[in-house]
Ligand binder design. Structure first.
Ligand SMILES: Cc1cc2nc3c(=O)[nH]c(=O)nc-3n(C[C@H](O)[C@H](O)[C@H](O)COP(=O)(O)OP(=O)(O)OC[C@H]3O[C@@H](n4cnc5c(N)ncnc54)[C@H](O)[C@@H]3O)c2cc1C
Length: 419
């Protein structure tokens, strides 16, 4: 986050890169005064070179975070009202459905919009064989396929994007990212004259409660007996899919050590705790897993997704008629239940308190219930516990049953505190 004094708060910065993209004043050598660097935690954050910065404040205007934290009135009830038309469904292309993160809805929308010329490019990310995260503007359905799956790492989706859009003379783009990326895209567009005047965006956000730092991937490599820095394929091969390395072992997503460490707060960057949009209502369409018991039997891939705008709804209805996706109406209640009602409540309450607890922000409100403060303490304790167990390799020796029991207990305590 960048504030009015151009002070940068690493703890609540998502590294989306809206600020670096908005900066309109490179020096005479073309050097941008604001650049992304990796901080001690290995997370991308911006740094301003005061010698060449003109203090024009465009980076501040492009940052999606400050306004969200200090001026946001989000409550669980107001958030629920923003969730649009809800669906259950999947891609009718079996390859997409099976190889994708969940059910190939995102890839199917991308290919459909390209093939029907409703967009001239798709902004999306993937990990290359050298384990680097690449964001490209794809212009063919064939290329889009390589972005299927999940990336459980920080993605700076907007980094370098404005220039690529201008160079490619793109006019209408589909952008696929996490809710924080789409928020960044929206504030970037407001701050960047070229994008404002020349480009229209259609957006897809993935449901997201958290991403992970690189330490989480290192832990997974250990579980998979992989080489240091070897690329991990997250998800794919049915639902909920596998985590695997090329030519090596694959672990089902449901593997206790993997799923508990994923579902816990271990190696969740602090900025995820100041997110208030777990279902991605910021985007035209948001897509997630069908974490409802009634859908568990299907192992090919089933999704819950939401049309949050008229544009989103039109695309989904058109695609159902064209037999590109199967859809069935779902309820808002079931969408929230699939994402753990208590956690959605936590993420849509008292953002300022979360900013104080997980970031280094000043408190703005005194009216926080005691139970909420206890909940935050509980989350911080669990985060510490799981991270210590992983770092000290204690988890390697803890029997699965003990982890499962602890997982249940900690879930119940979370539930009690969040009442
Ligand atoms: C970090 C993370 C957390 C998530 N948390 C939840 C959750 O709590 N609950 C839930 O129901 N679903 C969650 N999801 C979403 C879910 O796992 C699927 O990504 C979603 O259902 C879309 O599936 P799909 O088959 O339509 O995607 P696919 O057709 O496989 O397409 C995936 C698209 O997502 C993009 N993508 C993948 N990872 C990232 C990333 N880190 N940043 C930006 N773009 C990315 C790819 O580039 C591609 O465009 C999460 C996903 C991620 C990446």
């Amino acid at each position: 986050m960048i504030d009015k004094d151009l002070k940068i708060y690493d703890s609540v910065c998502t590294g989306c890169s809206a600020c670096t993209e908005a900066c309109a004043f490179p020096d005479e050598n073309g050097i941008n005064p604001i650049q992304l660097i990796k901080n001690e935690a290995g997370l991308a954050v911006p740094r301003i070179d005061p010698n060449i910065c003109t203090s024009c404040m465009v980076c501040y205007k492009a940052c999606p975070t400050e306004d969200k934290i200090f001026n946001s009135e989000v409550t669980f009830e107001s958030y629920r009202d923003k969730i649009g038309e809800c669906y259950f469904g999947y891609s009718l292309d079996n390859e997409h459905r099976f190889e994708a993160a969940t059910a190939g809805i995102s890839t199917e929308i991308a290919t459909y919009l390209l093939e029907t010329n409703q967009v001239d490019g798709v902004v999306s990310s993937y990990q290359n064989d050298d384990n680097e995260i690449i964001t490209e503007i794809f212009t063919t359905s064939f290329e889009v396929k390589k972005t299927r799956g999940s990336i459980y790492r920080q993605v700076s989706l907007l980094n370098g994007l404005a220039e690529k859009i201008e160079q490619g003379n793109h006019k209408k783009l589909l952008v696929i990212g996490l809710p924080c990326h789409i928020e960044g895209l929206k504030t970037l567009k407001k701050a960047n004259k070229y994008l404002r005047k020349n480009v229209e965006f259609i957006t897809i956000a993935l449901f997201c409660k958290q991403t992970k730092t690189e330490e989480f991937s290192d832990f997974e490599r250990r579980l998979l007996h992989a080489k240091p820095n070897q690329k991990i394929n997250y998800r794919g091969k049915g639902w909920p899919g596998f985590t695997s390395v090329k030519g090596g072992q694959g672990l089902p997503f449901t593997n206790t050590k993997f799923s508990l460490m994923w579902g816990s707060f271990a190696f969740t960057p602090d900025y995820c705790f100041t997110c208030s949009d777990p279902i991605g209502v910021v985007a035209d369409i948001s897509v997630g897993d069908a974490w409802l018991r009634k859908y568990y039997a299907d192992k090919t891939g089933s999704s819950l997704f939401v049309a949050n705008s008229e544009t989103g709804k039109k695309i989904i209805e058109e695609m159902a008629i064209s037999k590109r996706i199967y859809i069935k109406q779902e309820s808002v209640e079931n969408i929230i239940a699939s994402q753990n009602m208590d956690y959605v409540k936590f993420k849509t309450s008292y953002i300022n308190e979360r900013g104080v607890a997980f970031g280094d922000l000043d408190a703005h409100s005194e009216n926080i219930p005691q139970s909420y403060r206890r909940l935050i303490k509980w989350i911080k304790f669990n985060k510490w516990l799981y991270e210590t167990m992983i770092r000290k390799r204690i988890v390697d020796f803890v029997p699965e049953i003990a982890l499962k029991v602890y997982g249940r207990v900690s879930g119940k305590i979370f539930e009690t505190f969040s009442k």
